[in-house]
Design a protein around this ligand. Structure first.
Ligand code: IVH
Length: 668
């Protein structure tokens, strides 16, 4: 092994270890920045040496190529489900039957029933090779590429074992809330609960989507015979799986009587809101394999286990109004205003109705008596209407045709469920976009709360974000409830934000589809605002992790005169327009690839596509997928088709593979 190979192996090992400590054990051993630094080092080494990318490299978690569809996989052993218990009586009945069959000398293991979707993971010689959904229990779908992006799933085990394990993939509550907030801002349909969000993420053909969704996993079973691994029961198996590097849920408990089981259920019925993830019940399993075997199976489920399901708490209340709010992107969101009621531990007086379709589908009307439930026990939802209690004079609810804030006509954009106000001068949109600009993840200006932003706009002191930088203490003290000291602090905070690294500004502009991560990547890649503004869609999509939607959204945003003018004014007042983080180093020099936009097409025989791409990029070239006027050079391998024809039509320079190799040899 040469030095580079050694370093790559070492980085793989370190990153596996640190990732396991962070994502599985929940006990980080190094700072995030150290992890990121090592990961970037590995990415750079792998880009330069694509043949040394191990299939289980931690870099492979970002989501590989888009798949065309999901292959069907037949499970080696059927993935059974559990029979359900809905109350104490069901549980006592289960316990009686167990005791009848195996006597009293046994114990149960009680576990949380994670509300996600069942998955099977296969390892060969310790390496993760296939992940599948449960499907109908016999045949599932191969979602390996998506599962690889879940950090808690080990890509390599601590021992080179061939084993299949099963568990639950889920979306933590926090990630779910973040995802839905983002989708609401983008006018996209919301996920009803974390389970749907997890399932929706794993059913995407583009693994980058799953990678962006922050899913996690708990493993709770071995597929097949646990005894083959020298284990005698469920509890021991969970310890064994942990030892191999799998995440298991710690909140499990051995219970020897049904009374203990009931107490465990009671404890978690109460504690459920404090968990970071959703559970929908408690699973109760007879521990020892020998006793499980004695009890056996029905056609669908084991007789040695049962799932107690929590009742979904539903309450009834009156909907007396529908409030309409206009967001930063102009999306109009209806919210039900309710007579306050207690649901699953909190008082609920508002529930999002999401969009017009939902109101129409459920025929929700003002004055209706409605059933409220907390979706996944967090977000209040209107489940339905009690028609018997509908007032006689009620009429169907119609959304207004005009913006509730600026009165301009509302538009329903094709393919979107949301109604939108498209007046860029709408007070609500302007206010929301300024609030977003100053928010913590964007320009992070302390002391500029929502109310102050609205006051400033009403007082005509600001019209867009660039005006913030002209504000003086004298102007601010005139505002209601603003003292001399707070005014001075605020001016300082605003001025200090000028020094932010450019990605904060890029986030703050609130460009659709461009979140924190994309803003950082784009800033890192282009270095200055000027360069980002001049970037073409092709240059943008050529960046790893920047998709078509983001690229076109960026280009569209920067083609808008008003947006450019605001950025111009921000630059004039001295807001920093450069990226201050670590630069990615690209060897740009005197070679025929530097700064050129290059397309690879046809079959290459001496190099793989990825190797050629990596070499060109190493020399400062940009490799893109499609030929256009902006393409400088096309490398055409054997059987090149339409891209070659197009290049010829456009008069673009074309080389064959030999030409490419020759030039690469000349510069290396
Ligand atoms: S054991 C042989 N344990 O609930 C049955 N299942 O119908 C193996 N689930 O399909 C399942 N948490 O998706 C088991 N701790 C847990 C679980 C769990 C969630 C899901 C699983 C299964 C369904 C039960």
């Amino acid at each position: 092994m040469n030095e580079i190979e050694q370093r790559i192996v070492e980085l793989n090992k370190l990153l596996h270890e640190y990732g396991h400590a962070y994502y599985v054990l929940d006990k980080p051993v190094v700072a995030d920045s150290v992890y990121d630094q090592l990961l970037h080092e590995l990415i750079a080494l792998e880009e330069a040496n694509p043949s040394l990318i191990y299939p289980d490299s931690p870099t492979q978690r970002v989501g590989g190529a888009v798949v065309e569809g999901f292959k069907k996989v037949t499970h080696d052993y059927p993935m059974l489900s559990l029979s359900n218990a809905f109350n104490e009586e069901d549980l006592r009945e289960f316990d009686r039957k167990v005791r009848q069959a195996i006597g009293d000398n046994f114990s149960y293991v009680c576990e949380l029933k994670i509300d996600g979707l069942a998955i099977s993971l296969k390892y060969e010689n310790g390496v993760f090779v296939q992940g599948a959904t449960r499907g109908d229990g016999v045949v599932g779908e191969d979602i390996t590429a998506n599962l690889k992006t879940i950090r808690a799933i080990p890509l390599r085990l601590k021992e080179p074992l061939t084993i299949e394990v099963r568990g639950e993939a889920y979306m933590p509550k926090k990630s779910f809330e973040k995802l839905n907030t983002l989708r609401a801002e983008n006018g996209e349909e919301l996920f009803a609960n974390p389970r749907n969000a997890a399932a929706g993420s794993l059913r995407q053909l583009d693994p980058k989507i799953a990678a962006s969704r922050q899913l996690s996993t708990f493993i709770y079973a071995i597929g097949g015979d646990g005894e083959a691994y020298g284990i005698d029961g469920h509890a021991e198996m969970l310890d064994y799986l942990e030892g191999l590097g799998f995440p298991s849920n710690k909140e499990r408990q051995r219970c020897s009587t049904i009374e203990d089981v009931l107490a465990f259920i009671e404890k978690w019925t109460e504690n459920r809101p404090n968990l970071a993830y959703e559970i929908d019940g408690i699973v109760i399993k007879v521990d020892r394999y020998a006793q499980q075997d004695e009890l056996g199976y029905t056609a669908k489920s084991p007789r040695w286990a049962i799932a107690y399901k929590f009742p979904a708490e539903e309450v009834v209340t009156t909907l007396f109004d529908i409030d309409l709010t206009v967001g930063r992107t102009g999306v109009v969101t209806p919210t039900a205003i309710l007579s306050p009621v207690q649901v699953a531990g909190t008082t609920v007086q508002r529930a999002s109705l999401h969009n017009e379709d939902l109101i129409r589908d459920k025929d929700i009307r003002l004055g209706d008596t409605v059933i409220i439930r907390k979706a996944g026990d967090i977000i209040p939802q209107v489940v339905g209407v009690i028609l018997e209690q509908r007032p006689e004079d009620s009429v169907p609810y119609v959304m207004p045709e005009n913006c509730p804030v600026c009165e301009s006509e509302l538009i329903r954009i094709e393919g979107e469920v949301a109604l939108r106000c498209v007046n860029p001068a709408c007070f609500a949109q302007v206010a929301e976009s300024i609030k977003y600009f100053v928010s913590r993840n964007a320009m992070n200006i302390d002391g500029l709360g929502d109310k102050v932003v609205e006051q400033l706009l009403r007082a005509d002191l600001i019209h867009d974000v660039s005006d913030l930088y002209h504000l003086t203490v004298e102007q601010l003290v005139e505002l209601e409830r603003m003292g001399e000291k707070s005014a001075a602090n605020l001016v300082n905070a605003i001025q200090a934000s000028k020094e932010n690294s450019m990605e904060r500004l890029l986030i703050g502009l609130g460009i659709r589809h461009v979140g924190e991560k994309a803003a950082k990547i784009v800033s890192e890649e282009f270095g200055t605002m000027e360069a980002v503004m001049a970037a073409t869609e092709e240059q943008l999509v050529a960046i790893h992790e920047i998709g078509d939607k983001m690229a076109s959204s960026l280009v569209e945003y920067f083609s808008n005169e008003d947006a450019r003018a605001v950025i111009g004014r921000l630059a004039e007042v001295g807001v920093n327009m450069t990226y201050k983080g670590k630069k990615i180093e690209v060897a740009v020099g005197d070679n025929p690839f530097a700064g050129k936009t290059i397309v690879l097409t046809g079959k290459l025989e001496q190099l793989t596509r990825n190797e050629a791409k990596a070499k060109i990029e190493e020399l400062g070239g940009i490799v893109t997928g499609s030929v256009s006027k902006k393409t400088d050079l096309v490398i055409a391998g054997a059987d090149a088709g339409s891209k070659l024809t197009k290049a010829e039509q456009l008069g673009i320079e074309v080389w064959n593979e030999d030409g490419l190799i020759e030039q690469l040899n000349l510069v290396q």
